[in-house]
Structure formats: structure tokens, C-alpha cells
Design a protein around this ligand. Structure first.
Ligand code: PMP
Length: 339
């Protein structure tokens, strides 16, 4: 006799392991111990590797939460268009989360965003509009102004606005923070991350501080408003601003470390060579800040540093010797540092 046909299929299905959609694979990124790069400091330094998200960055978490909230309350309707000023990663997250839902995506990027990142957005099927990054925020050609104009012009357009949307920080309070607390068994003492919208630091930091006496440290490029500057004079992508976004809560960071581009880029290259972590520039900045803090700490401290994205989007920039030289940065020696 055997099983009825559908019962047999259920048993077979039960043994297979798969996600029913790519968005189910967002989050739950691992912690990995930083070895050589952190060999000179006493604490345990753990990197949270966000490039292992399916869209390649921490921004997948934010994108899916913003879209689902907008669908729930009717801001985003079937057939709608998602318009967002994005340096690339939020666009990739939004595009993959919009996957299969039939939304059109239009992303507005400042021209400092690398060609590789623009190509990734187009590969996901998005339209990309490029704007000058040298004009002020209120200039009609700024990427903020252009995105506002597009939202007004396109029927059914919705702008997630990662700089004001509370679902950004909320996504980190709901996922990134709890994952770090769980995976360190509550032993994390310091959390370090870069400041772009400020959402990662705000949401994750707020959650961790609720759980225990965790110190929260922001990494910001020298010249950005977070570091007391006017928003000019740095090349690192994804962090730094020329204004304070609403998603940033100045009450959450206990300390902000200003990191110059030369240290950021040297560290970014070192992470790839010495740790096998091919990450982007904001990860280098966060690691510089984390080590600066860790140098003051002891062996019982556990420093978690979040690495927001991978390095493949920067092969023609940070990882390119000519680009480094043209922009006045030393090309670091190729020697591997002994552990
Ligand atoms: N690094 C990269 C590469 C990013 O794209 C972003 C997001 N802009 C950040 C860091 C900063 O994260 P947040 O916006 O949460 O401050």
C-alpha cells in the first residue's frame, strides 16, 4: 500500500532544507574573532560580518523592515515605485526585498558612489540616477532634492527615506542587537559601528544598553558632522554626513572616534590580507575605532565591531593601488603581520 501520494511528498519535503524566499536569509550574521589585526590588544575583538547578508550589506535588514511596514500601513501599494537616495547598499537591499513583489525601484546616488555599486543596482533591475556630491543638500541638483522631485512626479511613488524612517533603527533594535547579545552570551562590553544614517548605532546600541552596561562607540570620518566637521573632505563611502539625520540619536553613543581616510583605507586593505575579511571602507573605519578603544581595555572585555559591507564594490578604489596613489594615500606594504 505505502503512503498516500501527498503524505509521501510531505515527508520528502520535510527532509529538505531551504528558504522560501531570499529575504528569509537576511540577518543572523556570524561573529568572527579578529586575530592578527587585534593581536596587540587585550580584549576579545569580534567582527559581525554583515556582507554575509544576501544583498551584501547590513542595509538588507533596514530595507525589508521599511518595505513591510509601508505595505502594512498603505504607504506602498501594489504596482508602486520605490524612490530612494542611496549610496548603493540600501538600494541593493530594497531591490532584493522588492523582488517578486512587482515594485519599480529608482535610486538616486551621489557621484562618489563607485561604478561597481551602480552596476549592482542596475543588475537588480533598478533605475539609477547620478547626482553631484559636491553641491549642498538644499541645492536642486543634490541627490536629496532630486529624489524629492521624483517622488512628486511619479504616480504611486514611495520614498522610504532611510535618513528619517524610524523603521531603520527599529530593524537593528529587533535583529542586530539581539543577535549580538545572544551570540556573546551577554558578555559584550563594547559595541563599535560606523555612523551614516546613524540607524545601526542607534537601534543596536539602544538595545544593548537596555540589556547591560555596554558602551557604544561610533566611528565617523574626519570632516563629517559627527566628527565636528562640515561634511566635506573625506572619500570613504557609507559613513559621515553633512547634516544630522533624524535616525541618529546623539544620546546613544558614549563616544565618537574620528577616523582619517588614510587610516581607514590602510585598515580596510589589512583586513582583507591579514584576516581574509574582504570588506568596505566603513568597516576599516570601524575597526580603527574599535582598536583605539580596545587599546585602553583589559582581557575580560569583549568588543564587537560591525563590518557593514563587503569589499567587492571597492576593487577599483580602495583596493586599487593607482586610485590610492592618485588620491594621496600610501599603498601599504604587502607583508602579512605575524599573529
Ligand atoms: N557603511 C556602509 C557601507 C553603509 O552603506 C552604511 C549605510 N549608509 C553605513 C556604513 C552606516 O550605517 P548607518 O546608516 O546605519 O549609520
Amino acid at each position: 500500500m505505502g503512503f498516500p501520494a501527498d503524505a509521501k511528498r510531505r515527508v520528502t519535503m520535510h527532509r529538505m532544507r531551504f528558504a522560501s524566499s531570499i529575504v528569509e536569509l537576511i540577518g543572523n550574521t556570524p561573529l568572527v574573532r579578529v586575530q592578527r589585526v587585534a593581536a596587540h590588544v587585550a580584549p576579545t575583538v569580534l567582527a559581525k560580518v554583515e556582507y554575509l547578508n544576501p544583498g551584501g550589506s547590513v542595509k538588507d535588514r533596514v530595507a525589508i523592515r521599511m518595505i513591510e511596514a509601508a505595505e502594512r500601513d498603505g504607504r506602498l501599494r501594489p504596482g508602486g515605485t520605490i524612490v530612494e537616495p542611496t549610496s548603493g547598499n540600501t538600494g541593493a537591499g530594497l531591490a532584493l526585498a522588492a523582488h517578486g513583489k512587482g515594485y519599480r525601484c529608482v535610486f538616486v546616488c551621489p557621484d562618489r558612489v563607485s561604478q561597481d555599486k551602480r552596476d549592482v543596482l542596475r543588475a537588480y533591475g533598478a533605475e539609477v540616477v547620478i547626482c553631484p556630491s559636491t553641491v549642498p543638500r538644499d541645492h536642486p541638483d543634490s541627490y536629496h532634492s532630486v529624489s524629492d522631485r521624483l517622488v512628486a512626479e511619479i504616480d504611486g511613488a514611495w520614498k522610504p527615506d532611510q535618513y528619517t524612517n524610524p523603521d531603520g533603527p527599529a530593524s537593528h533594535a529587533a535583529t542586530t542587537g539581539p543577535e549580538i547579545w545572544r551570540d556573546t552570551d551577554g558578555r559584550v562590553t563594547h559595541f563599535v559601528t560606523g555612523l551614516g544614517t546613524g540607524g545601526t548605532l542607534n537601534g543596536t546600541g539602544r538595545f544593548l544598553k537596555r540589556m547591560g552596561p555596554v558602551r557604544v562607540i561610533g566611528a565617523a570620518p574626519e570632516g563629517s558632522v559627527y566628527a565636528g566637521g562640515n561634511g566635506q573632505g573625506y572619500l570613504v563611502e557609507g559613513i559621515g554626513q553633512d547634516f544630522f539625520p533624524l535616525t541618529h540619536d546623539p544620546a546613544v553613543p558614549d563616544e565618537i572616534v574620528a577616523v582619517p581616510d588614510d587610516e581607514t583605507f590602510a585598515m580596510t586593505r589589512r583586513l582583507a590580507r591579514d584576516e581574509g575579511l574582504l570588506v568596505g571602507g566603513s568597516s576599516g573605519a570601524a575597526m580603527v575605532a574599535a582598536l583605539r578603544v580596545a587599546e585602553r581595555l583589559g582581557p575580560s572585555d569583549v568588543v564587537v565591531v560591525l563590518l557593514p559591507d563587503g569589499g567587492r564594490g571597492y576593487l577599483t578604489k580602495i583596493f586599487n593601488d593607482d586610485w590610492m596613489t592618485v588620491h594621496g594615500f600610501d599603498v601599504p606594504a604587502h607583508a602579512v603581520t605575524a599573529a
